[in-house]
Design a protein. Sequence first.
Lengths: 434, 530
Amino acid sequence: MEHIVIIGNGISGVTAARHIRKLSDKRITIISAETDHFFSRTALMYIYMGHMTYENTKPYEDWFWKKNRIELKKGYVKKIETESKTLHFAQGDTLQYDKLVIASGSKPNKFGWPGQDLKGVQGLYTKQDVDQLEIDAPNNKVCKRAVIVGGGLIGIELAEMLNSRNIPVTFLVRESSFWNSVLPEGESQMINRHIKSHHIDLRLSSNLKEIKSDENGNAKSVIVEETGEEIPCNLVGLTAGVSPSIDFLKDSNIETDKGVKVNKYLETNITDVYAIGDCAEQQEPVNNRRPVEAVWYTGRMMGEVLAQTICGNKMPYNPSHWFNSAKFMDIEFQTYGWVYGEKDRPDYEKHFHWKHEDDTKCITVAYHKDTEEFLGINTFGIRMKHETFEQWLNEKRNVDYVVNNLKKANFDPEFYEHYEKEILATYENEYAST
Amino acid sequence: MNTPQPSMSLTKPEAFDLTTKQRLFTAIGLIGLLILVLAAFNVNFPYQPIVLTVALVMLSLGIILFANDLYLGKHAGIKNDGVMFKSISSRGLWAWLSGLALTGFYIVLYFEAAWLGLGQDGAENTGLVALFDPFSRLLNGGPASQWFVYGVLYTIAILAFGYKFLLKYRHNRYERLRTYSVMFFQLGFAFLIPEFMARLNSDSFSLPYYDLKNIWPLNYYNFHEYRVDSFINAGDIGLALLIFGILSIFVITPILTYKYGKRWYCSWVCGCGGLAETSGDSFRHLSDKRQFAWKIERWVVHSVVVFVVLMTTAVVYSYLGDDSSKYWLSKNTFLIGVATLLTIVFAWVMIFKRNQLAKDAKYGAIGYFVIILVLFGMHYFNGSNLFLFKAGTLRQTYGFLIGAIFSGVIGTGFYPIFGNRVWCRFGCPMAAILGFQQRLFSKFRITTNGGQCISCGNCSTYCEMGIDVRAYAQKGENIIRSSCVGCGICSAVCPRGVLKLENDSMKGRINSNDILLGNDVNLMDLVNQK
């Protein structure tokens, strides 16, 4: 019986395993050094905040794996011999595979900052990171201030987490406005204000120069590059993005660059070795997508596709329209299609922006300036339907149609106030004046 | 099992301790409670009306001020910080203490009301019940009973904790309206109207205590002889109430459940639901999410339905005269009617809906149906007691096991340990009947939003009915479950806007996707069409 071995028990690896099981009788083994069972990484923040226990973050009960004949092995793969198809574990044992799926995920970026490996300096990615945070920042007596470096999705999650325990937070963001490498200006500014309204000390255009150590090797302060200011703190969160976690592949024949290089079939340069999820780097990205997509959904989709290929129905990774979501403290965010921030915006892309007066809801509709074709939407504080936008993007609707029919896309709970009329009025007003 | 780490452990983060103000407000509430406890222990207070008012006001005020301090200083939004660490909501010491206290209270309430001071054999009330006498006289003209005391405390619990819930979910209009609704129905329908109705009673005219929103089989006693007699003796009004009681379950309930799902009752109207959603809100995450618990739930709750049907049939049958002088319905007509109704429902399900039943549900349905008919048959051919036991025995057993122990002692007493909907989930026959229809014949569903689920588990964690909502959401599958009471919390706590409670057409209501929206269109077609 063919033995499929999957390195990594995150959403990509587990999705692949589940679908391979649905399609075949192959022997399946999932390896992880992190946890015994699959859990939802995106829910780690809720463990620290006390919304959920670790048990609650597991999407499947523990009996699920045995019932579906998916073997789980706890261990850290140190080395891969592709000629003999052998995995070597840090504990010294080995495992043979017929087909290997690398789904080892990401690790937090560190850019060689002085002091980045001190005690009290950490990222937020693994279960161990949350356990460590519980030790280093249990309350505001032990952790009198925390400094977060890097203004992305994980940075703001960490800020929200620490805030839930009343630990003062200084938030160093390299960009001139929060996440404006991705978000258009109006949205980014709104999130700036929302962060500050939670009494978080948001420092824009601020880089980390150095983390200072006390006599015991603990972080005691950070120095800001631009101002030279020293900010005393007990915890430093490094959240300046993530990159593929592929150090264990260094000595193998598997080709890597930023991540594990794969073709559109998610195949590496070595036969019977595949890579999916955060750690995969596409040689030919689809549409406007990035070569490395470190997003829950893309990991899941790659797992779904690869299972087909492994079970004899060879399929390329060819995802449909881009979508994503996040939550910035109390403000939910969803995006469908492409909406670019200032930096990467193509010349042809124009925006219609509407913001509610309460400063917690806004939308941005991107469209082509010549053809007026609808390109994508960002929505904050208003839930919208994935299915509807998928359809409108397929049908190549124009911006007029989208703004006039927004009600069809609304997914807010029953009895919620609707804003479509207000949005349309703003749109018509702007359209009339140009 | 989703066991929160008990906060008796040393690692509990102090960050989630109560603030000084919150301790003060807790103390105010507890002093209010203490006054009532002292009264129960026969401390005689002078100026009873004033003392009672002070006690009840302090009780309410403690809760209200606590809620203000907890929520008003923060942004509107999801407020579950520290739930899994706080002693009271994580099966810690406070949870066990309050669970024991509540359970003890229910046992005394149901079985030893004399301990609360209920006057025996026409004697004057003493203690706690006596403290409520002036208030009772004000409302209904008579002295208080243990049920009056319970009704007042129950109503205050729903109103005060309802206020807390309103603040907690002040950004969510669905939750707000729903909470106003349960507060209104408790105060008006369950408490004030029956008290005022009692005031209308005289020697020549008497209506039974009737909470109009309480529907058979939840009020399993509604068609017992003493009630039916007093309905009939009360003339047109009584007869109207009796007919309303019958219409409630056979006409009004099916229509509303078809249109809105069982939520119209369970989380908008029902008193048990009202208490669970307000006072019980802090314990909703304690429900057991295991598939094993779901299996037990299905057998237990449907067995209660069978029990209540048998019991009610037997009781009604026992007092129907063979002649038509008093009741126009004869024993045999009644039995044939019940059997016909059961057969119609059974046949409809087996003919039109059998594909939607799991294997155990089919076995269960057939099994129960056969048992009921055999019992009917045994009666016809042997003339023995209907259903082997005397009607009175069935009635008493049901009242004791289901009415008192299950719904009260376990259902509410164990809120801090098993969660706030144990009764609704495992015991309530009304919920089971509504759920049966909701699953098979209703426009209600919880819709999922394409591929947006991140499997975080907030929905499942905070589902008070123990439904593994995430299991559906991560498959892009609508949630259509008998037990769903439509509280809407899964949708509220979802950080990615994935869940929405909706009423829409029956067609395509149940769906399942192996590959979610957002992936390769060909792949989605290939896999999901199968």
